[in-house]
Design a protein around this ligand. Structure first.
Ligand SMILES: [Ca+2]
Length: 399
């Protein structure tokens, strides 16, 4: 009963807070829709690892995406894009990328009581591919922008025709930034630590007044899914599927809790950039970082890939469905190069189409969310980035 009451309280607070925030931005009509939508949520406290993603959209809830379809952002949007999987092994060494096996059979999933969407274990086969050794950095993304003139979603003023229910003056470019309170708070209302910041984008991660001059080797942040797709296409690569990401992140290990084994801190050593202290108000940074870390700051995994867990979440190309692993397992077969479900459904936020994100971030802690574990899954709306979400690309011979 305690659990039931707690969830109910959480839902009420969430809805009320969301109502206040949304009302202040786009008015009571959208607010009502938002409230109605939110009160259908049923996920318990502690599983909202993608709160930043969901909160991002709360700055206006300007797009109420129809269920199971990709949000329409612009003519350049390619959210329905599905990667082509090759059947051949990696072609050999390539600068900045590492080969990730081929013809290997693994088990995907995780055994964690708080992560029902990671169950059950199921068998997966992926062909070999190449993967960027690191998350895409500010320096790399800057080269892409310089070459193409690309403007990210966060830098773009939302168009009224895309958000016809919004009040025009509230259509301002920006993104969601982790803005922790200075005191302990209940973990049932993520609006206490996420804020929509006008003019926050990859060049200004914390908003106006911040910059990336000393962070060029940090992962680029505030990149939406479509931004990631654009970068990978420009680079002649693509985003990894969720199965490819998990295959790569496990580094050849089988059913270990973490990418590096079963001990979170072997020999007392931090193996990934996560959150230490008391979430969300006190980040002690015992691992050396209270926000993003330069790539390669922590040991590589068994495939010589860095930061596959922690630091920042990473986009994959799969749609998110909480029941996807159940569907795969029910076939009784090995899933061959799975590319995700054909549609998206998140029980905690019905009607909002999401892509899978992986790896967890510098904000992950077992006090709230420990989805940096191998097999941990996250989800995010394709047109939304935050300051703890990036991507990396993979390469196959036929892309
Ligand atoms: Ca940290």
């Amino acid at each position: 009963m305690h659990i039931v009451r707690r969830i109910s309280k959480s839902k009420c607070i969430w809805a009320l807070t969301g109502m206040v925030l949304v009302c202040s931005l786009i008015g009571a009509v959208i607010c009502h829709q938002h409230l109605v939508q939110r009160t259908g949520a049923s996920a318990p406290v502690g599983v909202y690892c993608d709160n930043g993603i969901g909160a991002a959209k709360a700055h206006a809830r300007m797009v109420l995406a129809p269920a199971h379809t990709a949000p329409a952002i612009s003519s350049a949007t390619d959210t329905a894009w599905t990667p082509k999987i090759n059947t051949r092994t990696p072609p050999g060494p390539a600068p900045g990328r590492n080969g990730v096996g081929s013809g290997r059979r693994i088990l995907d999933g995780a055994d964690d009581s708080h992560m029902q969407d990671t169950k059950p274990w199921h068998r997966v086969y992926v062909d070999g591919f190449w993967m960027d050794k690191t998350e895409v950095t500010n320096e790399q993304f800057a080269r892409f922008v310089k070459a193409t003139g690309y403007i990210t979603v966060a830098e773009t003023k939302p168009r009224l025709e895309d958000y016809p229910q919004a009040i025009p003056e509230n259509l301002v470019a920006g993104s969601v930034v982790f803005s922790p309170p200075d005191h302990p708070v209940e973990l049932d209302n993520h609006f206490q630590w996420w804020s929509y910041v006008p003019a926050a984008n990859w060049r200004h991660p914390e908003g106006p007044g911040s910059d990336i001059k000393k962070r060029m080797n940090h992962p680029v942040v505030h990149v939406a899914y479509i931004d990631a797709i654009a970068y990978c296409k420009w680079a002649g690569r693509r985003l990894p599927t969720e199965a490819e990401f998990e295959f790569a992140s496990r580094g050849g290990l089988d059913r270990k809790r973490y990418d590096w084994g079963d001990d979170f801190m072997p020999d007392g050593k931090h193996m990934a950039n996560t959150f230490q202290g008391h979430f969300p108000d006190t980040n002690t940074g015992e691992d050396g970082y209270t926000a993003t870390a330069p790539v390669k700051s922590f040991p590589a995994n068994g495939y010589a890939l860095f930061d596959m867990a922690g630091n920042v979440w990473e986009w994959t190309s799969d749609w998110y469905r909480a029941d996807y692993y159940q569907t795969l397992a029910a076939t009784g077969n090995v899933a061959i190069n799975p590319t995700g479900p054909s549609d998206s459904f998140d029980p905690s936020e019905p009607g909002v189409a999401k892509r899978v994100i992986r790896g967890g971030s510098f904000l992950c802690t077992d006090q709230y969310c420990s989805r940096y574990i191998a097999g941990g899954r996250g989800k995010g709306e394709p047109d939304t980035g935050t300051n703890h979400l990036v991507f990396r690309c993979v390469l196959t011979e036929n892309r």
